[in-house]
Each structure stands twice: as C-alpha cells, then as structure tokens.
Design a protein around this ligand. Sequence first.
Ligand code: ARG
Length: 465
Amino acid sequence: MSNKMWGGRFTERPDAIMEEINVSIDVDRHLHAQDIRASKAHAAMLAAQGIITENDAKNIADGLDTILSEIGEGRFTFKRALEDIHMNVESRLAELIGPAAGRLHTARSRNDQVATDFRLYVRDVIDATDAALAAFQQVLAERALQHAATVMPGFTHLQTAQPVTFGHHLLAYVEMAARDRGRFADARKRLNESPLGAAALAGTSFPIDRDLTAKALGFDRPMANSLDAVSDRDFVLETLAAAAIAAMHLSRFAEELVIWTSPLVGLVRLSDKFTTGSSIMPQKRNPDAAELVRAKTGRVIGALTGLLIVMKGLPLAYQKDMQEDKQGAMEAFEALSLSIRAMTGMVADLVPEEARMEVAAGEGYATATDLADWLVRTLKMPFREAHHVTGRIVAKASEAGVALHLLPLSQLQAAEPRITAQVLDVLSVQASVKSRTSYGGTAPKNVLAQAKAWLKRLEKERKLG
Ligand code: ARG
C-alpha cells in the first residue's frame, strides 16, 4: 500500500531505506504538545471563519485532547511508517473521530505546521533557560555575599596578578549570565511571530484569520511573508548562538573549578555530591561534573555550526534538509540545561579554602602594583618610574626568597630612600583589596553592595515573574 496521507499518485511502497532516511518521528515526537496546541488553534480558527463546521472543530479538539493524554500517559503508538509527528497525530485523529479529521489540514501544510511547532518549542526552551540562569545567578550572588571579603589570588595569563575577593570573582559570572539572559530575551522577541497560515509556501485561498491563530498561540503577530515563514530557521540559530555563548561562559567557570580543585592548587573543595572517586586510586576526588560541563559546550557549539551549514545553501522555500534542524538543537538545549543546573549545584555547596586562598593571594608578589601605586601617591613619582623601582624591589625579594611585606625596610630604602615604614600598610593582601574601591573594583564593600543589589533585583524579578 502506498502512503495513506500523501500516496494518491503513488502505486509502490517506499523502499525501506527511503523510509529510514525520511523518518523523523524519533525526534519530532518531542514536539507533540506544541503540535497539538497549534492544531487546536488552527481548527478553532477554521470554524470561526466558517471554513469547517463548529461540530467538526469540536470533535477535532476533543480528539486532539485525547491524543495528548495518550502520549502523556505512554499509551500512544508512534508509527515510523507515518514519518513524523504531524502525520502520526492526524492519523490517530482519523481513528478517533473519523473523516472529520481530514478537515484539519485545510489551509495548512506540514511546512507552516512544523515551523509553528518548532517556534513554540524553542520559545519554551528560552523560558526554561531563562529561569535556570536566574537560579544560577541567585546562588552565585548568595555565595558572593557570603564571601565578599574572602581574599583570593586574581590571575592574568594564569599568573598571580593582584589579590581579588572570591565574591568579586563569583559576581563576574552573575554579569555574564545576565547578558546571556539578555541574548535569549532578544531571540525570543524576534522569534515570537506566527508562521501558521503560510501553508506550503504561498499562503492559501481560504479566508483564514492568521491574527486569530497567532494570538491563540501567544505570538505577537503573524509573519508577514509566507515564503519567509516556512523557510527560515534563524530563530533556532539565534537561540543556539545564545546557548553557545552561555555554554562557553559555563565552560570557563568549569575549567576554573577543575584548576582550583587540583591538589596542586587547592583553592576550592567541591562537595561529595559533585565529585566522583576513582575505581583504582582511592584518594581521588574528580571534578567530573565540571569536566562534563566543559565538554558539553562542544555539543552546543557543534549544533550551531551544524545548522548554519545545513541552512547556508538552501534556496527558498521549504527544503527537506530543514528536517535536520531539530535533533542537534534539542540535544544542545538539553546539554545547556543540564550544564546550568550542574554549575548551580556545584556553586551552592563548594567550599573555598580560605586560608590557602589568602596565602596564595600574597604569593608571586601580588601586591607589587600596590607598592607602585604607593610610590605614585605618596612620593608623587610618575607611574612609569614607580613601576621600575618596584621591579627592583621585587627582584630583591625574589633573591631573598621572601614576600614583599617581609623584606627589611632597609632593602626597600636601598631601592628608593624616601620609602617609609608606612608602606607596609599597603603591602598586605587585605589592604590591597580594600583599596580597590573604584566602580566595579574588588573592594569588599563594593562586592557586598553589588551582591545585595543583585539579590534584590532577582527577588523583584521573581515577584513580577
Ligand atoms: N518532518 C518535516 C520537518 O521536520 C515536516 C515538514 C515536512 N514537509 C514536507 N513537505 N515534507 O521538516
């Protein structure tokens, strides 16, 4: 038998390989809720416009509700021979309500149908991602508040640079997550238009009301061009781009956790809940979750580049290539969701090794800039000269094998006779961070204020939410 949905002009069955390459039900079954929602909106509109009877529309809606619960309860048999979710649903509808099911596809095509379903799906993903990122920010800001004054080494080139606070470091990721959320929100605005009613590519001769279906599905308006509506996937790409950048941020943080938890570094201890042991080395505490967050970023970036490559050679309008838009994207969104939740979990109960952090913050002459700044401020020395004098003092300390604040005053004065004991005030790591009060700087009082401001903002968002 040829295909019962579109087989009118066919006499032979498709080859088994044809079926296998064509089938998409394993992937697009995840669109079932969106597909049913869109079909209900379409049927209601067809009835409102007098294109089908109210009675048929009612039977269609009831049948679709039945199918939704069948799928939800695992009682639905997805058939590969029916290719995709759209035909699986319609075929089951025919079993449930008879010939009226055939009226649902009036003034519609699978092309505008799948574009609508996937927009609804990606919109749901964006909303869930935004909530997950907000929860991540919440935990980061709470831990930042708690560690506003915990001193740790700040790095450039992964070399000890200047002391910073742990809270300041955590708040850097709150800012990144905020921009990530902004990118998702931007993508959502452009995504939120309805392709439904574009039909196959040219629109339809039926007197449909596209505003009505757009409104019913929570879209801002119908898309203005039917060719564009069925053929672009930029909404997936934009969301994947936002996902790739967010994943990249998480990956950098994950990499830091991997470094910080190495026994060679020992700045942070992850809880047992977020570490694993080794089957052979009993002493091991491996940061697997952080490593996997780092690795899953590859999947997200891969999905973005993969879909860009699928799309870049396609003439208008719908091409079957576009069926390949879903699997990579869905896997990428799932990977990102898991990564955000894993990072949130790790941050919630990690323990900074405060004593080790403070010692490490002072290693590598991390307060050398503070010494140079003191020379500028107190002796009115030009910064370039102060940099030079400080360099000579660092060399002496390095030779003597001691930290800057432990170098005898006479040695400091040998480099610059006007230096007084007062300089010792700025050479401690605590004094260093305390002095960084410029806007956006690491001073504990700044960090405290920023953490509080974020917590307030997040709480306000939740109330409005
Ligand atoms: N499964 C298809 C997809 O995901 C649905 C649209 C099929 N349209 C068509 N004309 N064959 O792209």
